[in-house]
Design a protein around this ligand. Structure first.
Ligand code: MGD
Ligand code: MGD
Ligand code: SF4
Ligand code: MO
Length: 757
């Protein structure tokens, strides 16, 4: 036995019953039908990977840092990794997820062929011809009966730029549906909408290199040390250089523990904090008048909106001591270099866009953007969350971050695609709205790729009901994820290391993803699956790409002239330069690590726009019946819906099940003891978790990580309340009540990792 095998937890060898699932077939039957795959025996045993056939330079498949890594390959299997020391962002550093990702390749749960549901029995492997022809005949049946838009598509940004582009084109040109949206709708859309309003362009302003030399760093709603562990290195370096760190979070996260100023914000009230800080900047004249007068618009109405935001009022609303707010404004106001970063903590709100604008107002008021060591941006979450949000698999977007409702943009893309502009569908429904439309019976068929909505969408009891109403559902994935268990057909797709392409990191650097191995068994690359589906739907000529470089070359042209302009980027240039920062409009252009140095913003008038961002309450404030604030997020060892990381033992062991973080005083109020079971109830559902009593959380708030499925999924509880502009769900705040069960939780069990929806 080699120890790597001990590190694997193949679900198919640990079948569990799941009463909640109400699947037409039980998990046991799926296992009986589908059977466990052969156990993982890497060639030459565990030590075989000391002597790899090759090392392949590529990037981590997980978060937006896209750390450089070298995969060790032995006989078409990824058997380990080595640091890639000279990739400039991470210089060989990796986090716990990155070093374990290679265990997915050849994992016993890998789908090795398409599978098909047999009603009342389970899934069985089928050949590609059967899977493809059934899929296409169901698409045609549904579209001819109910119309093209009755077939929806959901996609995800773990996909490369090439695949993101291809999905957008596939939905509009082959499927001819308006209803395509993607999982970035749950992630970066509030930041994207805010950035477009303010700057006309959606990217962080400076590369990470500038972070090291900023004198003040303000981090709003990001648990950076756990969610972007390699980025924290830059923050520590800045601190070594004398930077002051301000952290805004309802929890004392690891980065907050070492901050110079920690602001314990009540969830859902950040815009009151940002407004009060802006008012302080005005009162103390900590403003860059030259920048405001010459390069921005709408300053006056923006400061008018917060003129009554006193420190005392802000303390009352946010729970942050007035003195600390004043100190934050002073630190921010008086420095000469700074970086403001935010992530989902301020964005996952029904006023996510306003929160983002509140941050941008602080940056613009002090004019510290587009200069060395002066930056601002969201920390993009998913692996290709940046590139994936530029190339057209958002319901309202065309490649190059073009607008699907803009006639000129439509005409340009229709020409690139060789179709008539009037055949290009219009704006479709956003992800959560699309699932609601399935629930209402308006959308009858669904294709999903790279998305696990039953775990990741809020109010997921509604999602489950919706999935059961579909007449036909086909998923493309390399694992049978929790949502795909509701599918009629699952097409066996490819892992990150099995398909060539490019990705765009959180700093806007376009990097090269290299294929290390080919898909195992009968699994296929995602591009080849989409290509064949398109051909069978009669659009083969529009998808005649020979390889991923051909897709990229079409993407370059499609993005040309858009705000996210990739025209000047080629595979060769990426490889020779450790990536190229977009915008890069011409072949002889070096790329743009730092935006706005020329002070020409991408808005129609060329100015950066202030936007009034007054405080609004969260969608579901606490009340007598539901008195406690529930917020949700992540832990370091798990990734998103857990499909990939709940299958790797060394990532399960450190944190095997979701724990309810609760402050000792709140626990005492309810008589809750450490590791006792607590039922958490909201207006949408209830679920039971062991209590983890910590002094690092506000007394009025409890926190749950959301990476698990079925009965321990946090999203049974969350609210489907959306931001009116970005349509992001309000994952970060809803009202709950706590019912202590008064019994100790059973020892945590790895089988929980496999519970499914
Ligand atoms: N380990 C790990 N890393 C990841 C991921 C993962 O799943 N696991 N996912 C990746 C992706 S896609 C994303 S989007 C990022 C997310 O990265 P982050 O945004 O850093 O992660 P979250 O845990 O969602 O939320 C961050 C913080 O917001 C705080 N918070 C909650 N409510 C509020 C509020 O109202 N105001 C403020 N100011 N803060 C609040 C929480 O306490 C939490 O510490 O991580 C990426 N990296
Ligand atoms: N309560 C709560 N809910 C949240 C959040 C929160 O903070 N709180 N965060 C939200 C955020 S920020 C995000 S980003 C979403 C993420 O939510 P999801 O996007 O649903 O999560 P993933 O786990 O990335 O699911 C992606 C699926 O794609 C598959 N996949 C990965 N790579 C590939 C590929 O290359 N090809 C194919 N075909 N499939 C692939 C994986 O196996 C997995 O099944 O969750 C959101 N949900
Ligand atoms: S920080 Fe992100 S990209 Fe880097 S190794 Fe960890 S998960 Fe992968
Ligand atoms: Mo995300």
């Amino acid at each position: 036995m080699f120890d790597m095998q001990a590190g694997l937890r193949p679900r198919l060898q640990n079948p569990i019953q799941n009463d909640m699932a109400k699947l037409p077939t039980s998990v046991d039957k799926i296992v009986a039908q589908y059977g466990p795959h052969k156990a993982y025996t890497p060639v030459g045993g565990f030590h075989g990977h000391a002597d790899p056939d090759k090392l392949v330079k590529t990037h981590c498949c997980f978060c937006g840092m896209q750390c450089g890594i070298q995969l060790k390959v032995k006989e078409n299997t990824v058997v380990g990794f080595e640091p890639w020391m000279d990739f400039p962002f991470n210089e060989g550093r990796m986090c716990p997820k990155g070093v374990a990702r290679y265990l997915q390749n050849n994992h016993p749960d890998r789908l090795l062929s398409p599978i098909e549901r047999v009603e009342g029995e389970g899934f069985r492997p089928v050949d590609w011809e059967t899977a493809m022809s059934r899929t296409v005949s169901e698409i045609k049946r549904i579209q001819s009966t109910y119309g093209n838009n009755a077939f929806g598509m959901l996609s995800g940004v773990s996909l490369s730029n090439e695949l993101s582009y291809m999905v957008g084109k596939f939905a509009r040109v082959a499927l001819k549906t308006a209803n395509l949206d993607y999982n970035g709708r749950l992630c970066m859309v509030s930041a994207g909408a805010g950035n477009k309003k303010a700057f006309g362009l959606d990217r962080i302003s400076n590369s990470w290199a500038d972070l090291k030399h900023a004198k003040v760093i303000m981090i709003c709603g990001s648990n950076v040390s756990e969610t972007f562990p390699t980025l924290i290195h830059y923050i520590w370096e800045a601190r070594d250089n004398g930077a002051k760190i301000i952290v805004v979070d309802p929890r004392i996260t690891p980065v907050a523990r070492t901050a110079d100023l920690y602001l314990p914000v009540r969830p859902g009230t950040d815009s009151a904090l940002f407004g009060a800080m802006l008012q302080q900047l005005v009162e103390n004249d900590w403003l860059d008048h030259d920048f405001i007068d010459n390069y921005t618009s709408d300053f006056q109405e923006t400061i008018d909106a917060v003129k009554d935001y006193s420190l005392e009022w802000a303390e009352e609303v946010t729970g942050i001591p007035a003195e600390s707010i004043k100190k934050a404004a002073e630190l921010w106001g008086k420095t000469d270099t700074s970086f403001l970063l935010h992530a989902r903590g301020i964005e996952h709100h029904s006023k996510g866009v306003d929160n983002v604008l509140g941050c941008i107002n602080l940056v613009l008021a002090t004019g510290r953007i587009g200069k060395p060591y002066c930056g601002y941006g969201t920390i993009t979450g998913q692996g290709n969350g940046q590139g994936g949000r530029e190339h057209g698999h958002k319901c309202d977007q065309l490649p190059g971050n073009r607008d699907i409702t803009n006639p000129e943009h439509r005409k340009y893309i229709a020409d690139v695609w060789g179709i008539d502009e009037k055949d290009l569908p219009g704006k479709g429904l956003t992800a959560y709205e699309l699932v609601e439309a399935i629930h209402r019976g308006e959308i009858k068929g669904l294709i999903s790729i790279c998305f696990n909505p039953i775990v990741s969408l809020p109010n997921n009891n509604m999602v489950r009901e919706a999935l059961e109403k579909l007449e036909f559902y086909v998923a493309i994935d390399f694992f049978l994820n929790d949502t795909a268990r509701h599918a009629d057909i699952v097409l066996a797709g490819a892992l990150h290391e099995e398909e060539e392409g490019t990705g765009t990191t959180a700093e806007g650097r376009v990097v090269k993803i290299n294929a290390a191995v080919t898909p195992p068994g009968d699994a296929r690359t995602d591009a080849s699956i989409l290509k064949e589906l398109a051909a069978r739907l009669g659009a083969g000529d529009k998808f005649a790409f020979e390889n991923s470089e051909a897709i990229f070359n079409e993407l370059r042209v499609a993005s040309k002239g858009g705000t996210a302009d990739y025209y000047g980027i080629t595979y060769e240039k990426i490889v020779n330069n450790y990536g190229v920062f977009w915008p890069c409009p011409a072949l002889d252009h070096p790329g743009t690590p730092r935006l706005w140095e020329d002070r020409k913003f991408a808005t129609p008038d060329g100015k950066a726009h202030f936007n009034p961002a007054p405080y609004r309450e969260p969608g579901e404030p606490t009340d007598k019946e539901y008195p406690v604030i529930l917020t949700t997020g992540r832990v370091v060892s798990q990734y998103l819906s857990g499909t990939q990381t709940r299958r790797i033992g060394r990532l399960i062991d450190p944190y095997p099940e979701p724990l309810l973080e609760i402050h000792p005083s709140l626990a005492q109020q309810f008589g809750i003891k450490e590791r006792e079971l607590v039922k958490v109830v909201t207006r949408r559902g209830e679920a039971t978790f062991p209590a983890q009593i910590v002094t690092t959380i506000r007394k009025d708030t409890v926190f749950l990580p959301y990476h698990w499925a079925g009965p321990i999924s946090a999203n049974q509880l969350t609210i489907g309340n959306l931001d009116p502009v970005s349509k992001i769900p309000e994952f970060k705040v809803c009202a709950c009540k706590l019912i202590p069960l008064g019994v100790p939780a059973p020892p945590s069990s790895e089988s929980k990792a496999y519970q499914s929806a």
